[in-house]
Write a protein that binds this ligand. Structure first.
Ligand SMILES: [Fe+2]
Ligand SMILES: [Fe+2]
Length: 195
């Protein structure tokens, strides 16, 4: 019998457009690299691989399809998601896991659900996928090298650096900020002060 990872690998290879597939593979490889550096093993590593493989499973869908699918899956878009439906690919992608990919694991669900904007209560797996998505070698933006180097300061510091870079980019463009990102930021800061 095929494992979830084998099945997911075949499904994304056959379903995703070429460039998105390449981003997916790079995100998986980078996530596994980070995970190993942070000492993840066994089931934790498998969940990270599975979530990274499936994180953008509907990123290539048009806005209307994402909105329609959110409705079908019983997900109520936020005001911001109504304005920027592309954000829905994380929520819809997570909701599709069980139905379309046979993945029922709650931690994998959370990692896919939170991969774009972050959120409250993310485990190590979700945090690693969140960072890998933004730091994989195919990305190209100012400050990226410095950001990658923050991995040496630990996963929480890496997440904070990635969030700060994202906020800087969004505020620079005058784009709205998803409150889930601020929840994530606050949680990390509070964890840091508890130490
Ligand atoms: Fe994404
Ligand atoms: Fe992605």
């Amino acid at each position: 019998m095929k494992t979830d990872i084998q099945r997911a690998t075949e499904l994304v290879a056959s379903q995703l457009p070429a460039e998105l597939y390449r981003h997916t593979v790079r995100t998986r490889d980078y996530a596994l690299e980070l995970a190993k550096a942070y000492g993840c093993e066994g089931r934790e590593l498998e969940r990270i691989e599975l979530a990274a493989l499936l994180h953008d499973n509907c990123k290539h869908w048009q806005a209307q399809r994402l909105m329609d699918e959110a409705k079908t899956l019983g997900y109520e878009p936020t005001e911001l998601e109504m304005r920027v439906p592309a954000l829905l690919h994380a929520r819809v992608g997570a909701h599709r896991l069980q139905r379309d990919f046979g993945v029922t694991d709650g931690i994998v669900y959370s990692a896919v659900y939170c991969h774009t904007v972050g959120g409250r209560g993310m485990g190590r797996e979700a945090r690693i996928v969140f960072c890998a998505d933004k730091l994989e070698p195919g990305r190209d933006y100012e400050g990226l090298e410095g950001l990658r180097a923050r991995a040496a300061d630990g996963l929480n510091e890496l997440c904070l650096a990635v969030i700060a870079s994202g906020l800087n980019y969004l505020t620079g463009k005058g784009a709205p900020i998803d409150t889930a990102t601020l929840d994530f930021y606050n949680e990390l800061i509070l964890e840091r002060s508890v130490g």
